[in-house]
Design a protein around this ligand. Structure first.
Ligand SMILES: NC(=O)c1ccc[n+]([C@@H]2O[C@H](COP(=O)([O-])OP(=O)(O)OC[C@H]3O[C@@H](n4cnc5c(N)ncnc54)[C@H](OP(=O)(O)O)[C@@H]3O)[C@@H](O)[C@H]2O)c1
Length: 387
């Protein structure tokens, strides 16, 4: 039995992970769960899965959690303590955003492997995190469907044979909308993802292609792949998740239903392969279409390439500025088209002069993140004043 901690168990990744485990009670036991605000949902999960401990990081920390016999950790520091204290094999990190960074580090430092959905860990701290994981002999299996696909494809291929990788994007909610109309779209419009059912932030990121930008940076670090060898193509059906191109002209694809339980199942059982309930895609009658990305319409994608090419600090800025811009869009402060505008303004700053150019430690990364959030708020204020 593998012992599992699920961080962000009330979210989309968390719920999908619980579903996989529900189907494999004889292989996994849940020892820890965490949530931020959805305490009632967490309580229901504890009744079903009986973990030894839970962590609540959000405002519900004052709520008395009667009826749960295990240990309750509170606040961000409590979450980190829970990760360290519990005896577990795998930490599934399904926390959204930069708040997932420290929990990922704490997981590997305390001897756990990581099934990593929180892409921000790799975007913000990929080189440091992967170096540390390798030093500590910890296994990192990506849960993002594209990277799970690439992780599997690249294991099959001789590294010398690989010419490049391709990540697919559904195109999000506005794939068929001309770019001239994008400034009028609402939050409700942006949350209508055509193929995936995910959390709010990643769904908005799918509509701007900021999610694909984060994934390009994630792939760049995870697979040590030069940016020039990472391409993105629009594939509205979300059946082909990623491809590897070989120097002798073959394309190998990872193809499956758009169901996050597939990559989660893979990561939980890794390195073993076990029959899954989610793996029966019938090709008959399926259509597969692919289109180039309109880079003017989806400015967030080229900004991601620019950020990743500028040095390790810039992906931290890209991520922080995007998180704040998406929040500002959700709260009605800026239009949808304001998201890439703000991220571009934030990336234009001379970050070496603001914080320095060294990204050698987690403290350096957190300093960049903090400064990037401050600068992005200033940009937002300036926009507000000029309205
Ligand atoms: N959803 C997908 O299909 C998918 C696919 C690939 C990658 N990912 C990645 O997986 C991560 C999670 O995405 P999601 O769609 O599952 O998000 P989500 O549905 O919004 O869930 C986020 C989870 O994180 C918790 N959380 C939020 N803020 C937190 C904080 N400050 N500290 C600790 N926990 C916090 C939430 O708790 P409460 O709900 O209790 O507030 C919730 O349990 C993201 O990095 C995303 O990019 C997701």
């Amino acid at each position: 039995m593998k012992k599992i901690i699920i961080l962000g168990s009330t979210g989309s990744i968390g719920e999908n992970t619980l579903d996989v485990i529900r189907n494999h009670r004889d292989s996994f036991i849940i020892v820890g769960l965490s949530c931020h605000t959805r305490v009632a949902e967490l309580l229901a999960q504890t009744e079903e899965f009986k973990p030894r401990a839970i962590a609540i990081t959000g405002p519900g920390t004052e709520l008395e959690f009667t009826g749960f016999p295990g240990k309750i950790y509170k606040g961000e520091a409590g979450l980190l303590d829970m990760i360290v204290d519990l005896d577990a094999d795998i930490v599934v990190n399904g926390i959204s955003g930069a708040k997932g960074l420290l929990p990922s580090f704490r997981a590997i430092e305390s001897g756990k492997d990581c099934a990593l959905a929180n892409k921000e860990t790799i975007v913000m701290a990929g080189p440091l995190f992967l170096r540390q994981a390798s030093h500590l002999k910890r296994c990192i299996v990506p849960v993002d469907s594209e990277h799970s696909g690439l992780f599997q494809l690249l294991q099959q291929l001789d590294k010398k044979r690989v010419a490049g990788i391709i990540i697919t994007a559904s195109g999000g909610a506005f794939r068929c909308m001309p770019k001239e109309k994008l400034h009028t779209v609402t939050v409700e419009d942006a949350l209508k993802h055509p193929t995936w059912n995910m959390g709010k932030k990643i769904t908005i990121d799918s509509a701007t292609l900021g999610n694909k930008g984060l994934e390009v940076i994630e792939a760049h670090y995870l697979f040590s792949m030069p940016l020039s060898k990472i391409k993105v193509v629009i594939h509205p059906q979300s059946l082909v998740h990623s491809l590897a191109r070989t120097i002798d002209g073959c394309l190998f694809a990872q193809v499956s239903e758009p169901d996050m339980r597939m990559p989660i199942h893979y990561a939980l059982f890794y390195p073993d392969a076990t029959p899954s309930e989610y793996g029966t895609l019938d090709l008959a009658g399926k259509e597969f279409s692919f289109y180039p990305v309109d880079e003017e319409k989806y400015g967030m994608l080229s900004l991601a390439y620019r950020a990743a090419g500028a040095g390790e600090a810039y992906p931290v800025v890209y991520n922080a500025a995007n998180e704040i811009a998406v929040e500002a869009f959700i709260s009605g402060q800026i239009p949808f088209t304001g998201i890439p505008y703000i991220v571009e303004r934030a990336l234009e700053k001379e970050w070496e002069k603001i914080v320095g150019s060294i990204v050698g430690s987690i403290e350096d990364i957190l300093a960049f993140d903090k400064a990037a959030r401050r600068v992005t708020h200033e940009i937002l204020l300036k926009i507000g004043r000029n309205k």
